[in-house]
Design a protein around this ligand. Structure first.
Ligand code: 9GP
Length: 845
């Protein structure tokens, strides 16, 4: 329509439009301008932080031009859009990525240098946006990058936590301590406050069903909280396409409650304002647990606040999606033709009853009409089959906080059962997702029944979803509703940005533009013949060596530790969790330590030198995981100080793992460990990052490890351990036919006894951790230890044959094309969301 064009003279508008195509002079002018005006600082005594802020604002101007054009194009063309609802987006730093995607990295590097700064130092000033716990949040970030890069109309929706994942400190005793992460303190140039985009979100109160036979209800009273939008621009690589990530902040509706204030109840008034702001104040630091196992959780991490976060975010996002849909003037029945909503895990499942509520209570649709729309709109991705990670909400809690939604959930459950009966399914338990005593709602079941399709994140995992937790639904709804989309990673951040030298070598070798292979990662296969080329191998290995030195330099400047770089770098970095088995790794290190101590000097000469790195956070209330960290830190102290061994074995726990730390660690690794008990790691994504950077994989037959091995060939990976089908039996035997460790696995018994005897200090503090292995050993350490040690020895042997090792490394990188998140996001776009790319013109109206 006409209102899509500007007021006044179009030519004058066009003339005023900024464009992105800048030369170095335009870059420096823009940076200087921001120093002068946006920062109000002087040219002299500007520090690195100031330079970063000005450079960021300048890059942001460019992003905004593209972002505006993209949004305008969507509004005009009205394509079907997809919305990615994720409670976590682990973005990391933005400046470097923005410049790469805009194609302005060289010009900015040049310009910044002319202004007297070094680009690397400037980039280092940025704090990570750490609005996530681990793989699930980082996956969401990679998917946004790929969506924009492929010009797909996808928006993300999340929460703007004031505090991201806690900062991890290590105490003198080796314990994890947590400090807040006030990442917004230095102001955030990458977000645009949209103070005009707000919604009122209701909690508590009453839901009264109307007795007019329509099934409608009126929900009223309770508390109303304001949701305010903040937009984060997501630039695509080598395209103007720039998507949006909309994050919600909670605010009290009217500053504070004037009524209470006037009635002299100052405290009450301020309290209401506090509780409204509390909703988006902090990211929940629990990974794979709805609350910590066997522990009472601190009050500020209470369940009710988590439920309020989930509803606040889904309700604001749906209201926003609905408003956009209606502005386009479409009929509500067409909703699924224009909107696809992806539920990232069960966290946004309340969107299902919320959309039902909107359609029935506000839009006057019948139950059946509403249900048809809902079940054609949502898609659900499951990310874990671990029982303790499957969300369940107590019915009384939902009834109190969201009374109308509880009614709807009951109705969905009842309708499911009626359907079942009519399908002659005998076991009507299966949609009883409201169950147990006290009654709980199983969110995975609700997400499944309310979605058009359900997928897992790697082949094995998707099969387990169908044969275990959602088995009944497969029978009931048919297998075609269930699928697999193996996870992926963006090669822009996880190769080009974090490993620029390797990226340059690849471009030179493939003799194609970087932008070609970075957008079609299968092109890496062209490296295969070069595995046979000695000169190429030398370059490949020299880059690995420089990446090790870069890591050593980083550790020296940040922690003051000297690391030797003439050794194999062996890395395990991920959340600390029993199922991921960092314990197996540290027990293996201790085993190696004692083996070294027994060796003669002659024997030692043949030893493969190893530096072992750990990094990762433990949930603050996860006692066993925290003990694991403490053990690693204290073993490191003993080993690194022992003159008998320190030349051959070093061990480091690097504190405060983050996206930025991963970017330094991953390119430096020779081998990385992904050693979860078979069947427990849904996919893993760091396994892909290491392999893409030419690190080899030591792992169990689990998650995406399996598909990586299929691609790169089993002779290029190191597998060990029992397979998934054996796990249940082994656990059964531990419980009913236990064999003492001394008999079952003497080398492991020796290691455990040394820890108990206090060789690594601790005064008995590790007993609860050791007992998890001595007693039920749920994660099968005793079953897999021998094959783990044997495989570590194979790795040593393989590494000593340097040339063969480099060949494996090259072949691994060459075959990682499948694991680009571009491939994954295309599968979602085509087979799930049914959306298509929209090409975006560069610049202008
Ligand atoms: O544990 C999975 C991890 O294996 C996977 O790579 C990641 C992304 O799909 O999701 C993790 N799951 C969760 O964080 C919680 O369900």
């Amino acid at each position: 329509g006409k209102d899509q064009w500007p007021r006044g003279d179009e030519g004058v508008w066009r003339d005023g439009m900024r464009t992105v195509d800048k030369d170095v002079q335009a870059v420096t002018r823009s940076i200087v301008g921001h120093v002068q005006t946006s920062l109000a600082r002087q040219a002299y005594n500007l520090d690195n932080l100031g330079a970063y802020q000005a450079a960021a604002l300048s890059a942001r101007d460019d992003l905004l031009v593209n972002w505006n054009t993209t949004q305008l194009t969507f509004t005009r063309k009205q394509p079907k859009r997809a919305y990615y609802l994720s409670l976590e987006f682990l973005m990391g730093r933005t400046l470097d990525n923005a410049l790469l995607n805009l194609g302005l990295k060289d010009k900015f590097t040049d310009g910044v240098q002319k202004l007297g700064f070094n680009m690397e130092d400037v980039i280092e000033q940025e704090r990570d946006a750490a609005l996530g716990n681990g793989g699930l949040g980082r996956l969401a970030a990679c998917y946004l990058d790929s969506s924009a890069s492929q010009e797909l109309p996808v928006w993300g929706y999340g929460l703007r936590y004031k505090y991201g994942i806690f900062q991890q400190l290590i105490s003198p005793q080796g314990e994890q301590l947590e400090a807040p992460d006030p990442w917004l303190d230095n102001q955030n140039p990458w977000e645009l406050p949209r103070l005009d985009v707000t919604y009122d979100i209701r909690f508590y109160g009453r839901a009264d069903r109307l007795d007019d036979g329509t099934g409608r209800a009126v929900w009223h009273g309770g508390q109303e909280v304001l949701a305010v939008a903040y937009d984060v621009m997501i630039p695509g690589y080598d395209t103007a396409s720039t998507n949006n990530l909309r994050l919600w902040e909670s605010k009290p509706q009217r500053g504070f409650d004037l009524n209470s204030f006037n009635a002299g109840n100052y405290e009450g008034a301020v309290e209401a304002s506090n509780s409204a702001s509390a909703i988006t104040s902090v990211l929940y630091p629990n990974d794979h647990t709805t609350c910590a196992p066997n522990r009472s959780i601190p009050i500020h991490f209470g369940k009710e606040l988590r439920l309020k976060q989930q509803y606040f975010w889904t309700a604001a996002s749906l209201a926003d999606i609905m408003r956009r849909f209606k502005n386009a003037g479409k009929n509500i029945r067409e909703f699924p033709d224009f909107v696809a909503i992806q539920l990232n895990d069960t966290h946004p499942t309340l969107a299902i009853p919320e959309l039902m509520r909107i359609l029935i209570d506000d839009e006057d649709l019948t139950w059946d009409q509403a249900w048809t729309i809902v079940t054609n709109t949502f898609f659900y991705t499951n990310h874990t089959v671990l029982p303790e990670a499957l969300e369940k909400w107590p019915v009384p809690l939902i009834e109190n906080v969201l009374p109308r939604h509880m009614q709807i959930i009951y109705d969905i459950s009842m309708n499911g059962q009626v359907l079942l009966a009519s399908n002659h399914v005998s076991d009507i338990q299966l949609t009883a997702f409201v169950e147990g005593q006290p009654k709980q709602v199983r969110m995975a079941h609700l997400a499944c029944i309310g979605s058009r399709k359900v997928n897992g994140v790697a082949e094995l995992h998707s099969e387990l979803v169908q044969t275990t937790i959602l088995k009944d639904f497969v029978e009931f709804e048919g297998v075609s509703k269930f699928g697999n989309v193996t996870n992926g990673i963006t090669p822009r951040r996880w190769l080009d940005q974090c490993n620029p030298e390797l990226s340059a070598l690849i471009t030179k070798t493939l003799k194609i533009e970087k932008s070609v292979w970075l957008k079609d990662l299968t092109k890496l296969e062209g490296l295969l013949p070069f595995a046979e080329d000695k000169a190429f191998r030398a370059q490949w290995s020299a880059i690995k060596q420089r990446n090790k030195e870069r890591l050593a330099h980083h550790v020296q400047t940040t922690l003051g530790l000297i690391i030797r770089t003439d050794a194999m770098f062996d890395v395990q970095i991920k959340r600390i969790h029993e199922y991921k088995r960092q314990t197996l790794n540290i027990l293996g290190v201790i085993h190696r330590y004692f083996a070294l101590k027994k060796m003669t000097p002659e024997e030692k000469k043949k030893v493969n030198r190893r530096v072992v790195f750990f990094a990762g956070k433990a949930a603050p209330a996860y006692y066993i995981a925290k003990l694991t960290i403490r053990l690693i830190v204290n073993v490191a102290r003993v080993i690194n100080a022992d003159p008998d061994t320190k030349e051959y074995l070093q061990l480091y726990f690097l504190p405060d793992y983050s996206v930025s730390l991963a970017e330094v660690l991953i390119p430096a690794s020779d081998i990385s460990q992904h050693i979860s008990t078979a069947g427990t790691e849904a996919s893993g994504t760091s396994n892909m990052k290491f392999c893409l950077n030419g690190g080899l994989l030591l792992g169990t037959v689990d998650g995406a490890n399996i598909e990586i091995a299929e691609e790169v060939g089993e002779n290029n990976v190191f597998f060990f351990g029992h397979l998934t089908p054996a796990v249940e039996d082994l656990r059964y035997q531990h419980l009913y036919h236990p064999v003492p460790i001394e008999e079952k696995c003497p080398p492991l018994a020796f290691v455990l006894n040394q820890i108990s005897a206090g060789v690594f200090g601790g005064d008995g503090v590790y007993e609860p951790l050791l007992n998890t292995i001595r007693q039920s050993d749920y994660y099968l350490i005793t079953d897999d230890f021998d094959s783990y040690i044997a495989t570590l020895e194979m790795v040593d042997e393989a590494y000593l044959d340097k040339e063969e090792w480099i060949k494996k490394s090259i072949r691994t990188t060459a075959k990682m094309g499948k694991f680009s998140s571009d491939r994954a996001i295309n599968e979602y776009a085509e087979s799930y969301w049914n959306i298509e790319p929209v090409s975006i013109p560069t610049g202008g109206l």
